[in-house]
Design a protein around this ligand. Structure first.
Ligand code: CA
Length: 675
C-alpha cells in the first residue's frame, strides 16, 4: 500500500519507509523493511541516468527512469534546485507515466541562433543552448522523446509523441510532468480562479492577486496557480517556472500544488467556456506538447533578463507588413463606458497628438455610442494628426455574459474577417479583444485564429480578460500585448487596489511581465480616477515619479497610458515632459536590485539611452547604493526622485568615478535616472 503523496515522490525508499512507519510498530520488522527498501533502491539505481549541461556547465539536468518512472532533476552550480521530478503522461492510448525505459542513445545538438524581435525586452537575442533528445520506450516501443534545451540559466523541455502502430492521434488525459522543490523553498504565486465567475462570468482571466514569500505545498484557491510561478530556494537562488509555444495545438496549462513542495502540470478546468470543449488536449501523431521552462539564478538577474519564452519558439507566419508600436491614450480608464463617445474620442485624439503619441484606444460600446460611420470620421481625423485608432471587441460566443459590444464578431471567422477588412480600409491600427473563456485547446485555437486573421488585414492585436501570452510575440508577428494581470482598471474600481499598487508593481518585473508583454494601461497622473480629477472615487497613493518609473518598469511595445487631457495642465511639467519622451520598445534590460513584493530597480536601454527605474512598496524609505556602469565618470544625468511627502522633482546630477549613486525611495515612491 503506497501513500498518495508517494505517487509523486520519486525517491522510492522514502515511500517504502513511510508505508512501513504507518503499518508497523515492531522495530525489528521496521529494520527488516528498511533493509529491503535499500536493496530495492540500489537495484533501481542501476537504471539509466543521463545528464545534460548548459554551455557554461553550471546548469545540469539529470534525466532518469528509476522504477520505470521518467524523471528529471535540475541543479545549478552544484546546488539542487529541482529534486527528481516526474515526467510523462497518461493518454487515451496508454499510461506513459510508468513502465517506461530511457533509451541508451541520447542525440545531442548545439544550438547557436540570433534573432531580432522589436516587441520584447531585448531587440537582438543570441541564444546558445545544448539540446538533448531523450527517448522513452514502453514494452520495446518508442512512445515519446523528451527534448531538453539548456542555456546558461534556462531549461526548456517538451514531449514529442510518436504514432503507435496505426494510431495517428491521441488525447492527453493527464500530464504527470512536475516540479519538486527542495525543502524550505518559498513561493510567489498567483492563484487560478474558478471558471465562469467574476464580472459577467468572465473568469479565469489571470487577474487574481499574488501571495509573496509563502510556504510551498498549498494549491491557491483550490485550482492551482497561473503561470509564471516564482520560487525562492532560500539564499541559494530563484526559479521561475512557465510555459511557452502554446498555440491551437494544445491547451494552456496551470500549476497544481501538492504537499511537500510538489507542483504538477494541470489542464484547464471543466467549467471554462461555459463547460464547452474538452480539457484534454488532442494531438496528431507525431506531435508535440508546448515547452515548459525553468529559469534558474543565484540572483534575480536571470529571471528579469530571460528570453527563453521566445528563444525556443518560431514565427508561425510572416508579418503582413511592418507593424507600428508606440504610445497612446484611452479615455475609458478615467471616464469608463460613458466616455466612448465621439466628442471625447476627438478630445483624446488631440491629446495623443499633443503628447506625440501614435494612437488612441477606443474602448467598449463604440459601435453603439459612436457608430461605424463616425468611427471612420475619427480614423480620418486621427490620421491627419498621426494618431491611429485601436478598436475594442468582446471575444464572446457563448462563454461570457458581458453585455459590452461589439459582440459575436471575433468568435466567428466570417464576421471577423469582414470586420477586419473594414478596419483595414479605414486605417485602424489594431484591435483589443476582451473577455476570453479560459485555457482550453479550442480557446487557444480562437486566439490563434484571431491573430492570423488580423495579420491578413495588417492589424495588431491586444488581448484583455485573457490568458498569459506564451511566446506569442515571436510566434505571431502582429501580437502586441496581453493584459493577464490585475491591471490599471482595478485601480479605478477599488481603493484596495490603489493601496496595493506598489506591492504589485514590485512583482511584475520578476513574474508576469518577464515572460511576456503586459498591457497594464497605467502611469496615471490624475490624483483621482475620475474625469474631473476631483476628490472622489479611488485615490492614487503612489507618486508622480512612481507613475513615470512604471512606464519603464512595465514592458509592452504598445502602451495606452492612463493619462488624461487635463494632465497637460494639472500635472507637473517635468512629469508630462517625461511621458512625452518615454519609449515603449527596448534593446536591453538589466536587473539592478530588488525583491519581489518589496522593491525593484532595473535598467532598460533604448538605442544608446539608458533608463533606470525603481519603485518601493515597503513602509520604510528604501536607502541603497546602486552601481550604474552604463553611465560614465563625469556624465550628466537627470534624477527624478521623491521627497518624504512623495513630492517629486527632477535635478541634474553628475556621475562620479565609482559610477555609483545613493538612492532614497519612500514608500509608494519611485526613482528614474536617464540622460
Ligand atoms: Ca481585465
Amino acid at each position: 500500500e503506497i501513500h498518495e503523496e508517494c505517487l509523486l515522490d520519486l525517491i522510492i525508499i522514502e515511500c517504502v519507509i513511510k508505508s512501513v512507519e504507518k503499518n508497523l510498530k515492531n522495530r525489528n520488522m521496521m529494520k527488516f523493511f528498511i533493509v529491503m527498501a535499500m536493496l530495492l533502491a540500489s537495484s533501481v539505481a542501476s537504471a539509466e541516468n543521463k545528464q545534460i549541461t548548459s554551455p557554461d556547465g553550471k546548469l545540469v539536468v539529470t534525466v532518469a527512469d528509476m522504477d520505470g518512472r521518467p524523471s528529471y532533476s535540475v541543479s545549478y552550480d552544484n546546488v539542487l534546485f529541482l529534486k527528481p521530478s516526474p515526467l510523462g503522461m497518461i493518454a487515451n492510448i496508454g499510461d506513459f507515466s510508468s513502465g517506461m525505459s530511457l533509451e541508451k542513445n541520447v542525440s545531442t545538438n548545439k544550438i547557436d541562433e540570433t534573432y531580432e524581435l522589436a516587441s520584447i525586452k531585448k531587440s537582438k537575442v543570441h541564444y546558445v543552448a545544448n539540446e538533448a533528445v531523450f527517448s522513452f520506450t514502453q514494452q520495446g516501443k518508442t512512445i515519446y522523446d523528451v527534448i531538453f534545451r539548456i542555456s546558461n540559466n534556462d531549461v526548456a523541455f517538451k514531449y514529442k509523441m510518436y504514432p503507435q502502430g496505426e494510431t495517428l492521434s491521441c488525447v492527453v488525459k493527464q500530464e504527470v510532468t512536475g516540479f519538486v522543490f527542495p525543502d524550505g523553498t518559498t513561493t510567489f504565486l498567483c492563484p487560478q480562479s474558478k471558471p465562469m465567475g467574476g464580472f459577467a462570468r468572465t473568469s479565469p482571466s489571470y487577474e487574481t492577486s499574488y501571495t509573496a514569500d509563502d510556504v510551498a505545498g498549498k494549491n491557491g484557491w483550490g485550482e492551482g496557480y497561473t503561470f509564471p510561478c516564482l520560487f525562492r530556494n532560500g539564499d541559494n537562488g530563484w526559479v521561475l517556472v512557465s510555459e511557452t509555444g502554446v498555440n491551437g495545438g494544445y491547451c494552456a496549462s496551470r500549476l497544481l500544488g501538492h504537499k511537500g513542495g510538489v507542483y504538477t502540470i494541470g489542464f484547464p478546468q471543466e467549467g471554462e467556456a461555459n463547460g464547452n470543449g474538452t480539457v484534454s488536449p488532442g494531438i496528431a501523431l507525431p506531435g508535440e506538447t508546448p515547452w515548459r521552462t525553468i529559469t534558474v539564478g543565484k540572483t534575480l538577474a536571470p529571471i528579469v533578463e530571460t528570453t527563453v519564452p521566445f528563444d525556443v519558439v518560431k514565427p508561425l507566419y510572416p508579418a503582413k507588413g511592418e507593424y507600428t508600436y508606440g504610445r497612446g491614450s484611452w479615455s475609458w480608464i478615467i471616464g469608463m463606458d460613458g466616455s466612448t463617445n465621439y466628442k471625447e474620442q476627438l478630445r483624446y485624439i488631440d491629446f495623443s497628438a499633443a503628447m506625440g503619441y501614435q494612437s488612441v484606444l477606443v474602448d467598449a460600446l463604440w459601435d453603439k455610442q459612436i457608430g461605424r460611420d463616425k468611427i471612420e470620421e475619427l480614423a480620418k481625423y486621427g490620421k491627419d494628426k498621426g494618431v491611429a485608432l485601436y478598436l475594442w471587441y468582446n471575444s464572446n460566443g457563448y462563454w461570457n455574459d458581458a453585455p459590452q459590444t461589439p459582440r459575436s464578431i471575433m468568435d466567428n471567422a466570417i464576421a471577423r474577417r469582414k470586420e477586419m477588412k473594414w478596419m483595414q480600409s479605414i486605417g485602424i491600427r489594431g484591435i483589443k479583444v476582451d473577455f476570453f473563456g479560459g485555457d482550453k485547446q479550442m480557446t487557444m485555437q480562437l486566439y490563434e485564429d484571431i491573430l492570423s486573421d488580423a495579420n491578413e488585414y495588417g492589424l495588431l492585436v491586444i488581448f484583455h480578460g485573457c490568458t498569459l501570452p506564451r511566446g506569442w510575440e515571436r510566434m505571431y508577428p502582429n501580437f502586441a500585448s496581453s493584459e493577464a494581470v490585475l491591471a490599471s482598471e482595478n485601480l479605478h474600481f477599488s481603493q484596495g487596489s490603489c493601496d496595493n499598487e506598489a506591492f504589485n508593481a514590485t512583482l511584475h518585473p520578476f513574474i508576469r511581465n518577464t515572460v511576456g508583454s503586459m498591457d497594464f494601461g497605467g502611469s496615471a497622473l490624475n490624483k483621482y480616477y475620475n474625469a474631473d480629477n476631483a476628490p472622489r472615487g479611488s485615490r492614487r497613493v503612489t507618486s508622480d515619479v512612481y507613475a513615470l518609473a512604471t512606464a519603464v518598469l512595465f514592458q509592452s511595445p504598445v502602451q495606452h497610458f492612463a493619462l488624461a487631457p487635463n494632465n497637460l495642465t494639472d500635472a507637473p511639467s517635468w512629469a508630462i515632459d517625461f511621458m512625452k519622451e518615454v519609449p515603449t520598445t527596448w534593446d536591453e534590460v538589466r536587473f539592478i536590485d530588488g525583491y519581489p513584493g518589496k522593491y525593484v530597480i532595473l535598467a532598460r536601454r533604448h538605442g544608446d539611452k539608458w533608463y533606470i527605474a525603481g519603485v518601493n512598496a515597503q513602509k520604510e524609505t528604501l536607502k541603497l547604493k546602486v552601481n550604474l556602469p552604463m553611465f560614465s565618470n563625469g556624465e550628466k544625468v537627470r534624477l527624478f526622485s521623491d521627497d518624504k511627502a512623495l513630492q517629486g522633482g527632477v535635478k541634474q546630477i553628475e556621475i562620479g568615478k565609482k559610477q555609483e549613486l545613493q538612492l532614497a525611495i519612500p514608500c509608494n515612491g519611485g526613482v528614474l535616472i536617464t540622460k
